[in-house]
Design a protein around this ligand. Structure first.
Ligand code: FE2
Length: 211
C-alpha cells in the first residue's frame, strides 16, 4: 500500500490524540495536609457514620447538620475499595474533644461524636452525617472550617483536611494557602440528600497518587 502524506498526517494526529487521552486520564493527587494536634488520643467506642448522635444518648449534636459523600480514587479515576478512613473535627462551637484543646473557652458538646472510622464501598465511596465545624483560633492564625482525614489506601496513607466552599476565611487560612492544588481539598456543595433536606450536603473526591 502506498503511504501518502495524508496517511502520515492522519496517523500522527491519531497518536497525538491517544497521548492526550492518556494524559487526560491522569488525575492530580489530593494535597496532603498536616495531621494537626487533635487526632484522638483514645479511640472513642462510638465511631460510626452518624457523628450527630452518640450511642446511649437521646440528644443530638448542636449545629448545622451536614452530609458528606467522599469518593476515593486512583490517578486513573478507579475507585479505591475498602480504604480505611479516620476522620475527626471540632464541634459547632470550634472545640475539639481532645486534652490538647482544654484551654479553648468554647464548650464541648456531650452529644457530638467528633470522630469516625469508616471504609469505602465497592464504588470507592463512604458517606457520613455530622455538623458543620466552626472556625477557631490557633497561635499561628485562625483556621477556616475543615475536617481532618487519615486515609489508608491499598499502599498509601494520605493525611489531609477537607474544606468547605465559599467560606470567608478560606482566603486567610495558613494551611489551605499551602494546599497544592488548593482546589483538591475543597469540597463541592451539592443539593441536600433525599430524606434529609435540613442538612447541607457536600461531595469531595480524593485522588491517591499511589493508590
Ligand atoms: Fe483542625
Amino acid at each position: 500500500m502506498l503511504i501518502t502524506r495524508r496517511h502520515l498526517v492522519a496517523g500522527g494526529a491519531a497518536l497525538a490524540g491517544a497521548a492526550a487521552a492518556a494524559r487526560a486520564q491522569t488525575l492530580v493527587p489530593t494535597s496532603a495536609q498536616m495531621l494537626g494536634p487533635f487526632y484522638p488520643v483514645l479511640q472513642p467506642a462510638d465511631h460510626d457514620a452518624d457523628l450527630t448522635r452518640l450511642k446511649g444518648r437521646a440528644g443530638t449534636a448542636i449545629g448545622q447538620p451536614i452530609n458528606v459523600i467522599v469518593r476515593i480514587v486512583d490517578l486513573k479515576g478507579n475507585p479505591i475499595t475498602n480504604a480505611q478512613v479516620d476522620l475527626w473535627q471540632c464541634n459547632a462551637a470550634g472545640r475539639y474533644d481532645h486534652p490538647g484543646d482544654r484551654a479553648n473557652p468554647a464548650a464541648l458538646d456531650p452529644n457530638f461524636q467528633g470522630f469516625a472510622r469508616l471504609a469505602t464501598d465497592q464504588g470507592g465511596e463512604f458517606k457520613f452525617r455530622s455538623v458543620k465545624p466552626k472556625d477557631y483560633d490557633t497561635p499561628v492564625g485562625r483556621r477556616t472550617p475543615h475536617i481532618h482525614y487519615s486515609i489508608d489506601g491499598h499502599s498509601e496513607r494520605l493525611v489531609t483536611q477537607m474544606y468547605f466552599p465559599n467560606e470567608p476565611l478560606n482566603d486567610i487560612d495558613f494551611l489551605l494557602k499551602n494546599a497544592d492544588p488548593r482546589q483538591s481539598v475543597i469540597a463541592e456543595a451539592i443539593d441536600p440528600l433525599s430524606g434529609d433536606p435540613q442538612a447541607l450536603a457536600f461531595r469531595w473526591t480524593v485522588v491517591l497518587g499511589v493508590g
